[in-house]
Design a protein around this ligand. Structure first.
Ligand SMILES: *Cc1c(COP(=O)(O)O)cnc(C)c1O
Length: 431
């Protein structure tokens, strides 16, 4: 199994966090998002412990809540002591409703509107991660009108390609996010920021990418950032207190994906950073990391009911499910790999290779191609694993489909965290 919260019971059914997935499908209906609360907590604790042990007590992981954003998740993350990263008024509002202490929230986004900025200040969001100089000026203006001093970090692009580990002069420098170190804009915006009376520069941020499986990429980007911090200290006499290295640690979607030991990778990163900081003659900044996927992905799976099974002799086979790109657009968007099972026939021999496809009127509405399945018939329960990140949060109502319910499970109970949408909900804004 790709994650240890999965198993097969005596009936040959897939279990998740000890629950029979067929029983969950029967009780709550399909399509159904299921999330393992125990696993989310374990993932949170792994980051908190590793960061505090290797970076010191001031270090803090921030949950990147765009991966999965609903009230209950902010409560869990709050209880586990993480901060959060939010990217919109909707995420801020949801976190606020959940009672999350927003002084521990970091507001991201490459385009915060004037309304967004005002909204975040109304809600006393602790930190703004500033994308560019124009936005910085808008934040200064709003903070000035309120007579407050807003804490900010500047988002920089270190110019790293996460998939080659190489610093590149182009490519990532031309990202739509952040200000580039390479072009001198990062130093420029820092100098500008230090002259503004209503913002307090706390430090710098970078985020290099996703599905990163070892610390090498983080080591490279942290070295570039520490070098920048040292140069800024020499040039402007400003010493950054915080360094936020973003998110991106990878998860296992399939058997081919490697295991990642968060504690070991963070330990390795911390050693490399201390060495670099020493070499540059600066104290180690307080480190922040922003895991999203690696907090929630393996804590989720999606259950569907199979519908038509279509065989086109000499071509291919299709198994249709009662959801699709509306609840999981990631194959359609990026060709993402997923592990798919017939959840009630885990011990049956493979009898069919099929594309598992959704119910939307789009040929690209595919969950996964060429899936090996046992003999699968209408009414069988299909499980797609590792869907806890970027599935619910990317879901849509395309084809006027209702978004599924989201059920949380722990070792000894299950409960609804997000209700299934109703037809009435779908039309409630129609005038
Ligand atoms: C998306 C994002 C993250 C989280 O990335 P994961 O790959 O889910 O860990 C963190 N920080 C920023 C700025 C992001 O945009």
């Amino acid at each position: 199994m790709i994650c240890d919260n999965l198993a097969v019971n005596q009936k040959g059914h897939l279990t998740f966090c000890g629950h029979d997935t067929l029983a969950l499908a029967k009780q709550y209906g399909t399509p159904l998002y299921v999330m393992d609360e125990d696993r989310i907590r374990e993932n949170c604790r792994r980051y908190v412990q590793a960061m505090k042990e290797h970076f010191g007590p001031e270090a803090l992981p921030l949950y990147a809540s765009k991966a999965a954003s609903f009230k209950r998740i902010y409560q869990i993350v709050k209880e586990e002591g993480l901060g959060v990263d939010v990217v919109s008024p909707g995420e801020i509002y949801t976190a606020a409703l959940a009672g999350f202490p927003l002084e521990k929230a970091y507001f991201h986004s490459n385009n915060k509107t004037d309304e967004d900025i005002a909204f975040a200040m109304d809600h006393k969001v602790g930190y703004f991660v500033v994308d560019c100089q124009e936005e910085l000026d808008a934040i200064e203006k709003e903070a000035a009108s309120r007579g407050l001093r807003q804490k900010v970090l500047l988002r920089l692009t270190p110019g790293i390609d996460p998939h080659t580990y190489e610093a590149v002069n182009t490519g990532m420098v031309d990202s739509k996010f952040g200000s580039a170190i390479e072009t001198g804009q990062a130093a420029q915006i820092t100098q500008h920021c230090l002259g503004l009376p209503h913002v307090e520069l706390m430090g710098f941020h970078c985020h290099i990418g996703s599905q990163v499986f070892d610390a090498d990429t983080f080591v490279r980007s942290s070295e570039i950032m520490l070098t920048f911090i040292a140069q800024i200290q020499v040039r402007f006499g400003y010493l950054a207190r915080e360094l936020n290295l973003g998110g991106g640690f990878g998860v296992r979607y399939t058997q081919e994906d490697p295991f990642l030991d968060v504690d070991q990778e963070i330990a390795r990163l911390a050693r490399a950073m201390e060495e670099k900081a020493n070499q540059m003659g600066i104290p180690m900044p307080q480190v922040r990391m922003e895991p999203g996927r690696s907090i929630v992905a393996d804590a989720g799976l999606t259950l569907y009911t199979a519908g038509s099974v279509k065989k086109i002799p000499g071509y291919k086979n299709y198994v249709s499910i009662d959801g699709g790109m509306t609840d999981n657009p990631r194959f359609a968007l990026y060709g993402s790999a997923y592990t798919v099972y017939n959840a009630g026939k885990m011990n049956d021999p493979v009898a069919l290779t099929a594309d598992v496809v959704g119910r939307c009127c789009e040929s690209g509405d595919i969950i996964q191609k060429n899936v090996s399945l046992p003999a699968t018939v209408r009414g069988d329960i299909v499980a797609v694993l590792t869907t806890g990140a970027y599935n619910y949060s990317m879901a849509s109502n395309y084809n006027r489909l209702c978004r599924p319910a989201l059920v949380m499970v722990t070792k000894d109970r299950s409960y609804v965290a997000v209700e299934r949408e109703s037809l009435a909900y779908l039309t409630q804004n129609d005038v």
